[in-house]
Design a protein around this ligand. Structure first.
Ligand SMILES: [Mg+2]
Length: 234
């Protein structure tokens, strides 16, 4: 079956706790990264003496820094230098240990993961973040929010140049080989990643966290769509 909503999924996970493995993406799946981008944007505004940019808010649905700039009226043709300079500035800070501390968990996310862990469900994190730039900060942030954070649960790309989708697919294939009796649940916001896993691993349950994504594809694979982690009763 495919779950109607997050509450049904939660109930099944608790029922089949010993044979369930939940794999969570981090950025835009468990954590809203908009505060991270907004902090960087506002630091840029101060550093580069561009006070009008301080008025711009990054919304939860925004992808990267570009969409907020466009919404505020800074199109790319007439503001090419601004776009390029801000993108470079944003790139250097967004993928760093320091700035992921500004992320905030989505509604219900902390309780959802903590509760599953207490029930005996396996918890893993699988992220396109890379070890060198974000490994230490990732562990710190998980710990700060009270999430399970054993190093064996946290999986980042060994090199930043790797494709996120291939890294995740290969990692999940290995996980399935190592745990043939477990049901894997993959929580992810990026349709490209979901579709690839759906195409190659039909037995993985796909949970699409509909927050924001790269706009490169829509979800085609069979999935359950969620918008947050609030459950009706516990
Ligand atoms: Mg993500």
């Amino acid at each position: 079956m495919i779950f109607e909503n997050i509450t049904h999924l939660y109930q099944e996970l608790k029922t089949n706790n010993k044979h369930s493995l939940c794999v969570f993406d981090l950025d835009s799946t468990l954590f809203n990264v908009s505060p991270r981008s907004e902090k960087i944007l506002h630091e840029f505004a101060v550093d580069r003496n561009f006070p009008e940019l301080l008025k711009i808010k990054i919304q939860m649905e925004d992808w990267g820094i570009y969409e907020a700039l466009l919404r505020a009226g800074y199109d790319k043709v007439q503001n090419e230098d601004l776009h390029q300079n801000l993108k470079k500035y944003w790139n250097e800070k967004f993928f760093s240990h320091e700035y992921i501390h500004y992320d905030t968990p989505y509604l219900g996310a902390i309780h959802f993961v903590q509760s599953l862990k207490l029930s005996g469900v396996g918890i893993k994190y699988l992220t396109g973040r890379d070890v060198f730039r974000m490994g230490q900060g990732t562990a710190e942030v998980l710990k700060k929010w009270g999430l399970p954070c054993d190093p064996a649960q946290i999986h980042l790309k060994p090199q930043k140049e790797m494709d996120d989708h291939l890294f995740k697919l290969e990692w999940l294939q290995k996980l399935a080989q190592d745990h043939p009796k477990s049901q894997i649940y993959f929580f992810e916001n990026e349709p490209v990643n979901i579709n690839l896993v759906g195409d190659h691993m039909p037995n993985v349950r796909l949970i699409y966290m509909n927050t924001t994504h790269s706009r490169r594809d829509n979800v085609r694979a069979l999935h359950t769509e969620i918008f947050n982690y609030t459950i009706e009763r516990d």
